[in-house]
Ligand binder design. Sequence first.
Ligand code: FMN
Length: 248
Amino acid sequence: MESSMERWYEAAFKRVSVRKYSGSASRDELRVLKEAAKYFSTDDVRIVVGRQEGIFNPLIGKLISGTETFAALISCEGDHDYMVGSVGEAFVLECTAMGLGTCWVGGTYNRNIANQCIRLDPETEKIRCLIAIGHYDKLPERKRNRKTIQNLTGIEEREFELLPEWQRSAVECARIAPSARNYQPWEFDVLKDSLQVACISKNFGFGGIDCGIAMLHIEIGAAHCGIYGDWQVEDRLPLFTIDYNLDT
Ligand SMILES: Cc1cc2nc3c(=O)[nH]c(=O)nc-3n(C[C@H](O)[C@H](O)[C@H](O)COP(=O)(O)O)c2cc1C
């Protein structure tokens, strides 16, 4: 796991959403992706990898072209959006590390085609998002138009520089996390030996997934400094606490 974290840390800074692809994943890559999907799936979130013509052709507003390879993030029984975000982003970063382009796709895919080609348990499962995956000729320019550290944490730059290295690394890594419409619907509370994430907007139904993505980025930013911890989700409140036991 430790080496995966470092691999994902490097990938997090390289990743950018790719919407114009030069081709789908090859048969060998598809096999590796399917293995990874099995490995990343949990009881709450299932990842299905496939290739399907037209999957990224929505009825209106086509944004993704040049690939038919997708990973579907399927939520199993109940609301697992934080988990969908974390597991999905780990998968995205693994694809990035493999040299493939990706884009989270929550809206601009063809739902009819997705529902036809992805077998779901209609009682318990729903598709929460797709990830487009494929080859690219040139990475799009990384704009990284993100909220400032001060905006995200309420901490002045000079004060932020005085925080422990792991906290700075965690916040900086979360700052570059992707979110639907780049809305960044989160705030980070820097506490003693912990960090808290507050989800501040539903963001058209993607707020929980966005926060799960930021949570993974916090973990990998902290792990980059050798700090590991656990998330505790407070009942009903969209708040998360990551507590690192620094005494051990
Ligand atoms: C949950 C989620 C849903 C998204 N849905 C779409 C989508 O439907 N279509 C699209 O083109 N981009 C989509 N995106 C990509 C975001 O627009 C993109 O991550 C954001 O603008 C930041 O840019 P970056 O990924 O290049 O850093 C989605 C991202 C997330 C996290």
